[in-house]
Design a binder for this molecule. Structure first.
Ligand code: PSU
Ligand code: MN
Length: 311
């Protein structure tokens, strides 16, 4: 499927050398987003994180495929020199579902969010996608109406999204409500409750507690067989030692929301700016934990991809 797709869309899609080899060898792919590199973390930590995540996936016996838009093409996998250059690029477009095609057209560099990445996964028939935390309903939703396109994109996808839950900066209960409205199955890994990025426990129960990567692969196969036209969200709690105390973080998130609102930071800029605000206020603690939770997700994502077999 993937090879046929690549042949048909040569003008629009480009694969890295390593991804092409992996396709030949039938090594299962794990897709990774790139907005986390261009917008989610500061350079050079962003590049170090991206390299580390890829290495973790290789060590598990799967093939990382970092997705991005470069020179008017969808990139599936970034060769090392391309990844380096991408991480250093300034003024990268944040690519969601709505601006995927216009970014290709503009030939600007684009970092794909969860929403943008899932569109590419669907095109290329990639079954497993790893991120840190998904976007969702923002805390000031009643005024801003800011709900991430990630939620609808997960619904429309045909992929297992492995994450640590919605980002803590969001309204977590409302985000999980929207996921339920969209009928997206939300699974938790080895605990009953759903996690929320820097918090292990959101206090909300998941659709089903999953004990192994093989189990989620099985559920995905069942979903395909029953023609359930939904993506699956697989939530992996942040390791305990990297989780952050709610009593410590909540006041900082609250003040961040207020400050950015005063500064009129809305829309696409809000999430990256809130993350940056917290990195500053916590002296890098949130960044460190963010990196660790992505690593934790990469291990699990690779195991799920292996359990599913070659894409
Ligand atoms: N996970 C992280 N850090 C990030 C993101 C995810 O650990 O920065 C990005 C993802 O690309 C996600 C985006 O799709 O933040 C959500 O942005 P918005 O709220 O504007 O939809
Ligand atoms: Mn938004």
């Amino acid at each position: 499927m993937m090879k046929k797709f690549l042949k048909e869309h040569k003008k629009l899609v480009n694969c890295s050398r390593e991804v092409l080899k992996a396709l030949e060898k039938k090594i299962p792919l794990v897709a990774l987003e790139s907005s986390i590199i261009s917008h989610g973390m500061p350079y050079p930590q962003s590049l170090e994180m991206a390299k580390e995540i890829e290495e973790i996936i290789r060590a598990e016996g799967a093939q990382p495929a970092t997705l991005a838009i470069i020179d008017g093409k969808i990139q599936i996998g970034l060769d090392p020199e391309v990844l380096d250059a991408f991480a250093k690029t300034r003024k990268v477009e944040k690519v969601s579902s709505s601006n995927l095609n216009s970014t290709i057209f503009s030939k600007r560099a684009g970092g794909t969010t969860v929403a943008g990445s899932l569109r590419i996964c669907k095109l290329a028939s990639i079954s497993v996608f790893v991120t840190g935390g998904i976007g969702g309903v923002h805390r000031d939703v009643s005024e801003s109406m800011d709900i991430s396109a990630d939620l609808q994109a997960i619904k429309d996808s045909t992929t297992i999204t492995v994450c640590a839950g919605p980002k803590t900066i969001l309204d977590i209960p409302k985000t999980y409500e929207v996921l339920e409205t969209l009928s997206i199955p939300v699974f938790s890994y080895r605990q009953k409750n759903l996690p929320a990025f820097w918090y292990r426990d959101s206090g909300l129960e998941s659709t089903y507690r999953v004990e192994s990567p093989e189990a989620i692969a099985n559920i995905f196969t069942i979903a395909e067989a029953t023609n359930s036209a939904n993506g699956i969200l697989f939530c992996n709690p942040i390791p305990k030692k990297f989780s952050i105390e709610q009593t410590y973080l909540e006041p900082l998130i609250a003040s961040g929301v207020v400050e950015l609102k005063k500064a009129n930071i809305t829309g696409k800029k809000l999430t990256p700016r809130l993350l940056r605000y917290l990195v500053q206020k916590t002296n890098g603690k949130t960044l460190h934990s963010n990196i660790e939770l992505v690593k934790n997700n990469a291990i699990l994502g690779a195991k799920v991809a292996k359990a599913l077999g070659a894409a």
